[in-house]
Design a protein around this ligand. Sequence first.
Ligand code: SAH
Ligand code: F3S
Length: 435
Amino acid sequence: MDRIPRHTYYLWTIGCQMNKADSSRLEDALAQHGYASVPAPDQASLLILNTCVVRQSAEDKVIGRMQSLRPLVNDGEMRDLVVLGCFVENVADLHARYPFVAGFYAPSDIEGVMRFVAARDNPQAIQTAAIEPSSRIAEMVSISYGCDHHCTYCIVQLRRGAQRSRPVHEICQDVERLVARGAREITLLGQNVDAYGQDLPDKPDLADILLNIHDIPGLLRIRFLTSHPRDLSQRIIDIAASLPKVCEAWELPVQSGDDQVLKRMARGYTAAHYRELVAHIRAAEPQSAINTDIIVGFPGESDEQFLCSLEMVRELRFDMVHVAAYSVRPGTVAAAWPDDVQPQVKEARRSAVEELQTEIARERNAVELGRIVQVLVDGRQKGRWRGRTRTNHLVFFADERQWLGRLVNVRITWAGPWSLIGDAVSSIDIPCCTA
Ligand code: SAH
Ligand code: F3S
């Protein structure tokens, strides 16, 4: 039997922006190889899972997904399942446990997956024409892989390894290529994007990348994430603020508002230092949006220590807070410590942060009512144009004209906690720096 066209693939991705960026790169490489994407696994000859294990819940999803695809791999069709990403560690062991998986590849190992693809393609088969990679308005470019920090709860650094920064010229070439293909916004990615270059001989930094790509014609916006509070320099803050295409939007995970907990997390900064950084960012650019990550229920976290995190959320008025209940990850330093905060307590702390933040987000967005914001349109959804403000807030508006990939001024007529709705008032032909 071989009824499924061989050059079809189904790709499933979970996890961080880095995984999403890797999946985009993989899609491009597969298209170049003549592979077409299909929406359902049973229509595909190649099944690819790009995985995450940052918390137990993510790992459970990956295993569930692998098991659910198992019958398809054994149904007599010529079908291969390959697994990529942070799930992959100790490949020999994985092969023994999941013999129905044809290949396991480390995080970001697109080249490995493509070697598998080349090997599975019958060289005698009729050459399939390359498919044009799909063009996206907002694209991501990884500028470094891995992480040199050792946060005691974190498995990412164990699976992704030490930081490897890509050379400046390679990054610039990637950005130029994507912009030539129609991208208007580029997000630079790294586990610690602001530590970029520390491992390179001439020590370029993130600010150098921003300066180097800023004047590429056709590029309208630049973003970067994730910043680590320990690596964020005043130079990066100042240069980001001075360059008009660089959006005033920060991903700056604090993880905890308590110094003892921060210390046991091995984050390398204090709550006071974090507050200072936020003050510097807001001094350089008062409109800046700041998003953060918080872990609740870290081993030994007392009620008082948790309240320090809650207080920080109240005080700093973030735009968005990603809050997660602590999850034990095998092999990490904290895994040796008792996971002593009860699940119901973790859940109560998590929802306390979420409730407070929803209220703050609602208030912050309500201020936008009646204002005019600059939106880069990146798609359509439910009959309306969809885009984002410079501060990364989602905006919808209905309009007959063609707006894809363009900047437009939108007057906000409705504001909820998670999105805004408005009317297009004018197009912006020259990118400007006011939001
Ligand atoms: N440097 C990356 C970190 C990746 S992990 C970044 O800053 O994006 C992404 C987030 O997952 C972390 O910021 C943390 O809040 C959360 N996280 C990591 N390990 C966790 C764990 N063991 N339990 C709960 N949340 C965790
Ligand atoms: Fe993880 Fe901390 Fe690095 S959260 S990815 S070890 S900065």
